[in-house]
Design a protein around this ligand. Sequence first.
Ligand code: NAP
Ligand code: MG
Length: 463
Amino acid sequence: MKVEIAPEYGHFINGRFVAPQSGEHFESINPATEETLSRLANGSGADVDGAVVAARKAFKRWSRCRAQERAGYLFRIARRIQERARELAVLETVDCGKPIRESRDVDLPLVAQHFFHHAGWCDKLAWAFPGRSPEPLGVCAQVIPWNFPLLMAAWKIAPAIACGNTVVLKPAETTSLTALRLAEILQEVELPPGVVNIITGDGETGRALTEHADVDKVAFTGSTEVGKRIAAACAPTRKRLTLELGGKSPNIIFADAAIDQAVEGVVAGIFFNQGEVCCAGSRVLIEESVLEEVVEKLKRRMKNLRLGDPLDKNTDVGAINSKRQLETIQRYLEIGASEAAKRFDTNCPLPSRGYWCRPTLFTGVQPAATIAREEIFGPVVCTMSFRTAEEAVERANNTNYGLSAGVWTQKGSKALWMARQLKAGVVWCNTFNEFDAASPFGGWKESGFGREGGRAGLLAYLQ
Ligand code: NAP
Ligand code: MG
């Protein structure tokens, strides 16, 4: 399927696409081919201000709009996303570099599900929080990263508007196209102007938005470094804040696990979306007695991964989102080599253009090693061993992050015990990277605070 992409886009403010006040544009490219896809508006302080003014004005009516009516808009957005899912999946893959199989079978169904789920909450908020009067916060500034562009937009927008807030969203500079296509859908369903505004631009645009004085709530998903900067800027203001940040999640395999299934879980945990996943299972902890078996099977499985054209439905590993991210990953590969761990990669040929990284495994990594501590955000995994469940817990929790964890065991009591011990927002047992709009997602420690999804996620958008 070929998707149409306009040669140039403006910001989406007050229900219309408008040219940037500065007249400046930047290029959005396809990371698998390095071709320019479109030119996007560079958001200045004046553009941000226009969007916040529109959102403020719209808030007056949207916050008082009947709950069933709000639900109707969310429902129609969800339906329209389903109807245009193929086009949106192709656009996401072209802009972002992720395999079409993933954008089609994972991202898009979850995007629609998120709007359906929140459509259902609109008229049940009083029921969800008995004894309180569920009041929206006001204007929400939302800033998102490039790894799940449309899904992150849905995670942000759906609960915010379901609760009666209005939104100014800034997608990541390298992946704004699906958010702009979502803006077209908002026009199609005749969402009242100003309820959702979308401003494109870089980190400076994000800063102008999150620091705007007439914003009531900031919701940020991205790196821990930028998250801390935003938290500092919000501290002396009235703004509410939620942060979804980085991770270095453990995937823990016990000797009594179904080993083949666990190896699949490791592959899904770290090579899904090229490892550019905040909750990626980037540290694999393996019980000593099955260490060799797991590593051998993992290597065999890695050799079968198909890297290449993201639009090919047989592709397992697509392109890295940007040159900058590829360079970051390559730096970690060099550090990994010098940290004296053994290195294995799939040795597959790489396309001549675009940004590519082979799935890579470092074995025998010390817990103190840089590659075992820092988020790489690429298809790079390291393995470590443990002897007892207590040691597994200690190693797993020995990190500043706490976003997710995986546990592989056939023993239910052990899985439950581990889930209680692990300091992480999500613990998966005998699976990994499963998401559901009804299930809250979010971090402990430096992985952030606030939840997205389910009843807990609504709290982030209510007084
Ligand atoms: P990032 O550099 O922190 O950027 C995230 C967003 O913030 C982008 O839209 C970025 O704009 C914008 N931004 C940059 N500087 C800013 C500033 N000073 N003020 C306001 N906004 C600013 O993160 P990234 O590299 O895009 O994404 C990767 C990170 O996101 C990883 O650490 C990953 O773990 C995390 N993440 C977390 C979750 C979660 O749910 N916990 C989910 C996905 C990703 P530009 O990109 O246009 O410069
Ligand atoms: Mg792009």
